[in-house]
Design a protein around this ligand. Structure first.
Ligand SMILES: NC(=O)c1ccc[n+]([C@@H]2O[C@H](COP(=O)([O-])OP(=O)(O)OC[C@H]3O[C@@H](n4cnc5c(N)ncnc54)[C@H](OP(=O)(O)O)[C@@H]3O)[C@@H](O)[C@H]2O)c1
Length: 327
């Protein structure tokens, strides 16, 4: 067998551009590990590539950013992995049956963690963890705001922020989603579907003397950005890390001076660029799971053939937790 199934698109657009094609199984060259995928994680970034919000280097493009599976073969010079081992990994093209990747983007899956859970937690978990450690280092006693708190990244942010000692104000668009955030540790719940004026007032009312929060973690983007500036305390940090509602409009930096605010627009890959960084944060992340401080919440496992439905559900705001493809 020399070909495999892969989800690709040849032009950007809605979910109708997604195709399942036969493409060659990659060769396991020097320094590479060939993995037979079992599951692929679905991430919002996959929808940005598909829609064209983020550019792809060439077309057709094979989608997918992370997965979990079994090592099939290793290339010359590979020392950390051997055939038959269970691994989790990130890289471009993970919605496919086989992928060849360098050692530095692969990690062994600890005992007790299922393949689908590993595929579900790697990127969103590392995103949440690195932002809580580096974008704004959350300290015991801080009050922080997490938007879209019942989403994949949101539920991890809530749990890890609690593990680090913060008080967490969680927003979501429905009471059901807020209930889920509470079950994962959120201290205060705000339904932001009533509009900016209302959620800003509610959030400020939950903070000491109405002064605002130390940090906002915002993956919603355009719809919440202006409100974020209002709910931050003097010297607060706004971590704007996504575009679920659209990209944030251009912004005049002078406005930060009103409260000496810090504004960051981080991408995970800038925090795990070296082998040491990836290994360090992956081990820390798995540690929270082992200590039962982080539960992996899978919304649904979709067959690869239903990838369009998975994208529609994620973009349609009807999911909580993580979406996973069975490959
Ligand atoms: N910078 C990075 O490196 C990085 C890494 C991973 C993820 N991200 C970002 O993190 C964000 C969350 O990603 P995720 O995969 O975990 O998705 P998710 O949170 O599971 O799903 C997105 C959620 O955003 C909320 N939302 C608000 N306005 C929306 C709108 N107009 N359309 C759709 N959803 C809307 C919805 O929750 P409510 O219904 O509760 O509003 C929805 O469930 C995305 O913006 C993603 O790009 C960034």
């Amino acid at each position: 067998m020399s070909t495999q199934k892969a989800v690709q698109f040849s032009k950007t657009g809605g979910t109708e551009v997604l195709e399942i094609n036969q493409i060659p199984i990659p060769k396991v060259g020097p320094g590479l590990v060939l993995i037979k995928a079992a599951y692929g994680g679905v991430n919002y970034i996959d929808t940005y590539f598909r829609s064209g919000l983020y550019p792809t280097p060439s077309l057709p493009h094979t989608l997918g950013s992370e997965g979990a599976g079994i090592v099939e073969a290793v290339g010359e010079g590979v020392s950390k992995f051997k055939p038959g081992e269970r691994v989790v990994y990130y890289g471009s093209g993970c919605y496919s049956e086989y992928i060849a990747l360098p050692e530095k983007v692969i990690s062994h899956i600890p005992k007790g963690l299922e393949l689908e859970q590993a595929a579900a937690v790697l990127l969103q978990g590392l995103t949440a963890l690195t932002m809580l450690r580096e974008s704004y280092e959350v300290k015991k006693g801080d009050t922080i705001l997490v938007h879209a708190a019942a989403g994949g990244t949101g539920l991890v942010l809530v749990q890890l922020a609690k593990a680090l000692g913060a008080t967490v104000i969680a927003t979501a668009s429905t009471d059901e989603k807020l209930k889920l955030a509470k079950e994962h540790g959120a201290d205060h719940l705000v339904n932001y579907s009533g509009g900016e004026e209302q959620w800003v007032k509610e959030v400020l009312g939950l903070t000491k003397d109405g002064e605002g929060v130390e940090a906002v973690y915002d993956g919603v983007g355009k719809a919440t950005f202006e409100g974020d500036l209002k709910v931050m305390k003097r010297k607060g940090s706004l971590i704007s890390f996504g575009n679920a509602s659209g990209a944030v409009d251009p912004f005049k930096i002078n406005r930060l001076g009103d409260k000496n605010l810090k504004l960051l627009r981080p991408r995970l890959f800038g925090y795990i660029a070296t082998q040491e960084e990836f290994d360090h944060y992956t081990q820390e992340l798995f540690g929270y799971i082992e200590m039962d401080q982080l539960k992996v919440n899978i919304h649904k496992i979709y067959p690869l053939e239903d990838v369009a439905q998975a994208h529609q559900d994620l973009e349609g705001r009807v999911t909580t937790g993580k979406l996973v493809l069975k490959i």
